[in-house]
Design a binder for this molecule. Structure first.
Ligand code: HSE
Length: 331
């Protein structure tokens, strides 16, 4: 044993990301303790069904169905259960009790991000959600912190892996949309309701989050123009290729300045033509990328895995370590 104090971590949800977060926390306990200066003690994992099969073998005694009880007394709550209303209530309860919260819940943040951020601010707690956009790719913290002194002018994101996979298969291998979609489903890229991917809802939620952070404002999800890929045909993809373009589902957020000098933010998701010379054209398969244009920094691109249990768990753990360090510094 060592002299580290314990920080009590409550995990809500044990799906593909939650199971990997729990595994990494248990396996890397000593290393993380040394890195943080405190032991991240997993006090429990709240699940709906204690007997459901898991991706990872985890100690049975960690599981509970009593999420409310688990949240009470936690220093850090990690919400990976998904859904909106119950997750929102548990997160509000956690924040009100002064706990920091880490979540990967894009739908929740897109819908209730400002309310949750206010609740966190009121008690001086930290709400972080790096994993909510583009899985493993660090993009929230770079936009919020690394680029905080710059003026971002535009963000272009391939933020939905399944539609990128489908369009990429159609473009490079001539697959039909149906075949490509079937494989995307087998690979586990699609949401439980694939309409969320195919019709651009998932990308619109991520566009809301990116736009709000990049432009220091609130961009509601229903202000995002949204068009999915269901209308994209093989013939259009072929024609684009011949003209030197590729069709990608893009989430675009940009600052617009009117003639009278007033500014606003436009956010939209649609299948866009990208020149084959653009770095985003080389984002293949289920990968994600976010291309950022900023006045001083110029062009930046963040690229990597936008989904996947262990990949997304990396972003969750990063937020968790960051929250834990705050506790250590705060005493
Ligand atoms: N269905 C999502 C995607 C999963 O295809 O990108 C990650 O958010």
């Amino acid at each position: 044993m060592n002299g580290y104090r314990d920080l009590r971590v409550a995990l809500l949800g044990c799906g593909s990301v939650g199971a990997q977060v729990a595994r990494l926390l248990l396996e890397q306990g000593d290393e993380l303790a040394a890195r943080v200066g405190a032991r991240l003690h997993l006090t429990g994992i709240a699940v709906r069904d204690l007997d459901a099969p898991r991706d990872v073998d985890l100690p049975r005694e960690l599981f509970t169905t009593d999420a409310e009880q688990l949240v009470l007394g936690a220093d850090i709550v990690v919400e990976l259960m998904g859904g909106i209303e119950t997750a929102r209530e548990l997160i509000l309860r956690a924040l009100e009790s002064g706990a920091d919260v880490v979540t990967a819940n894009k739908a929740l943040i897109a819908e209730h991000g400002p309310e949750l951020a206010d609740a966190a601010e009121q008690v001086g707690a930290q709400l972080s959600y790096e994993a909510a956009v583009a899985g493993a790719i660090p993009i929230i913290r770079p936009l919020r912190e690394s680029l905080a002194g710059d003026h971002i002018t535009r963000v272009l994101g391939i933020v939905n892996g399944s539609t990128n996979y489908i369009l990429d298969r159609m473009d490079r291998f001539g697959d039909s949309a149906e075949d490509a979609m079937r494989v995307a489903s087998e690979l586990g890229y699609l949401e439980a309701d694939p309409t969320l991917d195919v019709e651009g809802y998932d990308a619109a939620q991520k566009a809301t989050i990116l736009a709000s952070i990049a432009f220091h404002t609130v961009v509601p999800v229903d202000a995002v123009y949204r068009e999915g890929i269901s209308g994209v045909t093989s013939a259009q993809i072929e024609a684009a290729r011949h003209a030197g373009y590729v069709i990608k589902l893009l989430a675009i957020a940009e600052r617009l300045t009117a003639a009278d000098g007033t500014t606003g933010v436009s956010a939209r998701v649609y299948p866009a033509l990208i020149s084959r010379d653009h770095p985003l054209a080389a984002v293949h398969g289920g990968k994600n990328a976010v291309f950022v244009e900023a006045e001083a920094a110029g062009e930046l691109m963040f690229y990597g895995a936008g989904a996947g249990g262990v990949e997304t768990a990396s972003a969750v753990l990063g937020d968790l370590v960051s929250a834990a360090r705050r506790h250590v510094i705060g005493g």
